[in-house]
Structures are given as structure tokens and as C-alpha cells.
Design a binder for this molecule. Structure first.
Ligand code: GLN
Length: 233
């Protein structure tokens, strides 16, 4: 099984993502965004960064990269596709996920650790977590405020497409002000209806070893490995 980590001009989390995938024993390779084929890959990750310098809007230009046709094809065949941070922005711009990521309400680039609650564990990305588990993960973005119209939000909730939600720290469960960017419904990550395309703003690849400050992101990569083993058995 091979996982493609797509590199756009301006990506900057591609090596970290590659590292995390290899750490759990997945075969992963970098793929430049002009690549016209992802034949032989069974999953793709769009990593974080500033594709095309975030010109116009984050992800607005990357959606036109040739590789995106192939990402779309993988997704339509039911293979796992993950967009992390800038990758999430690209997936919404490309229409593979609903909604949009707008500028943070405080208009600042925010780089810190947050807590997110795992809302679903029946997905190829979350089977290694427990229901309601709180994860401590880093965020680093200027345009992370999840927005969708009321009808779309309602549909997301009804279909249980919200996978990760910003939450207060376990030490102060009643705390307010934990939502770092003003995302509606505290949304930090969603899946498509089929459940094989995930977009999330926090960076699981930056939380895979104690030396990085935590290992709560490992579960995502382990879940992906387990899912691919079943998918390709
Ligand atoms: N870490 C990232 O992927 C940054 C995402 C994006 N460029 C933003 O600032 O919103």
C-alpha cells in the first residue's frame, strides 16, 4: 500500500507528514503537484503550508493543480484522502468537502496547542481513538474559521460528518474561549458523506513523538494504516 503526500509550491508540512506515515509503517512518497497520475497509490494526503503563497484565498489556486484530478479520482473510488490545514483549505476549495475556511475571527495567525474531541471512531482516520477522546494537537493557521451556511451545517450534523470539535482542556471542562478561530459549531475537522475524505485544521503530524510535545496525532496515522490493511486485504 502506498500513500501519496502531495507537494504544492509553498507546502511546508510535507516532510513531517511523510515522517509520521513512515513512523507507523506506511509506505509513503512525495508527489509533486504537476503529477498527472496517482496510479499505484491507495491514499493521498494534502499537507499543510501556504500553497501558492495563499494568494487570493488559501487553497484557491492549488485546486487547479493537475494532481487534483487524481485526488478526486482516488476519493471517488473510496480510497482515503486527508487534507491537513492548508490541505483542508484545498479540499473545500476543490469542492471535495463542503464549506470554507475563513480568516480567524481575531485576524491573527494562531500557532498554539488546542484540544479537540473525537466525535466519530468508525472512520479510516479515527478507529484507533476512543469515543469522545480529547486530543491535544497543535494548530498553526490564519484562515481556519470553518464556515458553512445553516443548511449545510444542519446536514453535516445530521449525517455526523463532524469528526473533530474544539473543546475545553480536560482540566477546566467548563472553560469558554477554547475555540481558537471562531469556527462554527466548534468544527475542527469534517468528513464527506461517504466518510473517506477528511479535512482538519489541527496538525496530527506535529504530535507523533514525545520530543514534539505529544503523541495524540499518532492515532490518526495508525487508524489509516489499519484501514488500508483491511481495504487492500
Ligand atoms: N499550517 C498551515 O497549513 C497554514 C494554513 C494556511 N496557509 C493558513 O495560514 O491559514
Amino acid at each position: 500500500m502506498r500513500v501519496a503526500v502531495v507537494q504544492f509550491p509553498g507546502s511546508n508540512c510535507d516532510q513531517d507528514t511523510l515522517w509520521a506515515l513512515r513512523l507507523v509503517g506506511l509506505q509513503a512518497e512525495l508527489v509533486w503537484h504537476t503529477e498527472g497520475s496517482l496510479e499505484g497509490f491507495q491514499a493521498a494526503i494534502l499537507p499543510g503550508g501556504f500553497s501558492y503563497g495563499d494568494y487570493l484565498r488559501a487553497g484557491a489556486l492549488a485546486k487547479f493543480s493537475p494532481v487534483m484530478q487524481e485526488v478526486r479520482r482516488l476519493a471517488s473510488r473510496g480510497y482515503p484522502v486527508v487534507g491537513i490545514c492548508n490541505g483542508f483549505q484545498v479540499l473545500t476549495e476543490a469542492g471535495l468537502l463542503p464549506g470554507a475556511l475563513l480568516a480567524n475571527t481575531n485576524l491573527h495567525f494562531t500557532c498554539k496547542e488546542v484540544f479537540v474531541r473525537v466525535e466519530r471512531i468508525d472512520l479510516p482516520f479515527t478507529s484507533g481513538y476512543s469515543p469522545g477522546q480529547l486530543l491535544r494537537l497543535p494548530i498553526a493557521h490564519g484562515e481556519g474559521r470553518y464556515y458553512a451556511d445553516a443548511e449545510t451545517l444542519e446536514r453535516l450534523e445530521q449525517n455526523h460528518q463532524v469528526v473533530f470539535r474544539y473543546a475545553p482542556p480536560p482540566s477546566t471542562p467548563e472553560a469558554t474561549g477554547y475555540n481558537p478561530n471562531g469556527s462554527l459549531h466548534d468544527i475542527a475537522g469534517i468528513v464527506n458523506e461517504k466518510g473517506n475524505v477528511l479535512g482538519m485544521m489541527p496538525h496530527p503530524e506535529r504530535a507523533v513523538e514525545e520530543v514534539l510535545g505529544g503523541t495524540d496525532g499518532l492515532g490518526l496515522f495508525r487508524s489509516l494504516k489499519a484501514a488500508l490493511e483491511v481495504l487492500l486485504a
